[in-house]
Design a binder for this molecule. Structure first.
Ligand code: AMP
Length: 427
């Protein structure tokens, strides 16, 4: 069973392994493999891990496991505290802890508290006692001032996004919270980076910490996978833009040509990326010639990181050092695929062509592979696990919802003619 390897490798109980499997966690991410065993032993930890690397479960799983083994000096006051810098993160972390604790024989009460909303419901919710508090520092201090919570038994502390918590904006509140905790405690710190001043400060809060560093931790694909010229990545259709952004950031792709099916999609995807902080712009036949020219020139001058285009850019344009091409939507035909991926890897440079394969386009991609005479391994990117199921009536393998255009039909005829044996061709 795949999820038993999670448990065997990391020494987690069946209840936790089962809950993890229900969240789709069948094998540990690198940061989980590195952080969970020392955290289970009760050691302090300073872990560098990006958001997206599985860091929440890396501290939530050992936290829950440790609580099962620890004495319960008070029915009322929390034994564990998770500090986070934002309310969104508080809500998210609280949910993960609850989900991972759901199969425990003894119910674990998790309270999530953050500012910007009324304090009363949070005070009421803590009345019956709590085991784990997930909090932003300011609101936690307010609750302490109202005597709604007492931290003197919280002997397990997690600082999530510790670099931000140790930053000047939070430092004062953080130190006030730390003063309320027992001196004899286990502290787990997670942060994307530990710049030297933060690392120095962090060390003063930790006792003989184990350092866990998972470089580029959000990018858990193997080096072999990266070396291949073509990749096929499985993804749910609605998550393609997110995945694209993730890959761009992970691999620090500087210049990417992204192919989509329609002019409209080019606009939408480029805009979403732009709003998410990626310099992206559309390029398609709906733009004036002048605008198209400008986009290409600016792309060549490295003023855009990403150009999102229709098949207009599949032929003829030559951008030196275009390292990556992405099929966000698959091309209609194998011929178009060859043209699209031919935009990269030019003039002896190394190129990479990535195709996003969804449940609905899997059959179509198999046809493209067949025509090219290759079979690519399907990749799953951690954090983008597929949940969609293939449509049952997609037997023909075409792109769903798209009927062949006149051009497609002409191309099909041309392709058929070109594979006929020479003898049957007439002048
Ligand atoms: P985090 O870094 O905690 O925000 O997690 C990023 C994403 O990875 C979330 O969508 C988690 O659900 C997912 N995730 C965490 N651990 C695993 C795992 N072991 N296997 C698969 N997905 C995971």
């Amino acid at each position: 069973m795949p999820f038993s390897t999670f448990g065997q490798a990391l020494g987690l109980s069946d209840e936790l392994v089962r809950a993890a499997a229900e969240l789709g966690f069948h094998s540990p991410t690198p940061v989980q493999s590195a952080a969970i065993p020392p955290a289970l032993r009760g050691t302090d930890l300073m872990a560098s891990a990006q958001t997206g690397s599985g860091k929440t479960a890396a501290f939530a799983l050992p936290l829950i496991a440790r609580l099962s083994r620890m004495a319960r000096p008070s029915q009322r006051w929390p034994r564990a505290l998770v500090l986070v810098p934002t309310r969104e993160l508080a809500a998210q972390v609280g949910e993960v802890v609850r989900a991972l604790a759901q199969h425990r024989s003894e119910r674990l009460k998790v309270s999530v508290v953050f500012g910007g909303v009324s304090i009363n419901p949070q005070m009421m919710a803590m009345r019956g006692g709590t085991d784990v508090v997930v909090a932003t520092p300011g609101r936690l201090l307010d609750l302490v001032a109202h005597r709604a919570v007492n931290l003197s038994h919280a002997s397990l502390l997690v600082l999530d996004e510790a670099d931000r918590l140790l930053d000047l904006g939070f430092a004062d509140e953080l130190h006030r919270v730390l003063a309320l905790l027992p001196a004899d405690r286990q502290t787990l710190m997670f942060s994307a980076t530990f710049p030297p001043p933060v690392a120095a400060l962090a060390q003063t809060l930790l006792k003989n910490p184990v350092l866990v560093e998972v470089p580029d931790s959000a990018c858990t694909e193997t080096a072999t996978q990266r070396a291949i010229a073509q990749r096929a990545i499985l993804v749910d259709a609605p998550r393609r833009t997110q995945l694209l952004r993730h890959l761009i950031q992970c691999h620090q792709w500087q210049r990417v040509l992204v192919f989509v099916a329609t002019q409209h999609a080019a606009g939408v995807v480029a805009e979403k990326l732009y709003k998410a902080g990626v310099y992206a712009t559309p390029f398609h036949g709906g733009l004036s010639q002048g605008a198209r020219q400008q986009v290409l020139e600016e792309f060549k001058d490295e003023r855009w990181e990403v150009v999102v285009t229709t098949d207009l850019a599949a032929r003829g344009i030559d951008i030196a050092q275009l390292p990556v091409v992405v099929n966000y939507d698959l091309p209609r035909s194998a011929v178009d695929h060859v043209h699209r991926i031919g935009r990269t890897g030019r003039a002896g440079a190394k190129g990479l062509a990535v195709s996003f394969v969804t449940a609905a386009s899997e059959a179509h991609f198999r046809l493209i592979e067949k025509r090219q005479g290759l079979t690519l391994p399907r990749e799953n990117i951690p954090g983008f696990e597929v949940t969609e199921v293939p449509p049952t009536s997609a037997g023909h393998g075409g792109v769903k919802g798209k009927r062949p255009s006149k051009k497609d039909k002409l191309r099909a005829v041309a392709a058929a003619v070109s594979v006929e044996p020479p003898a049957t061709r007439t002048a």
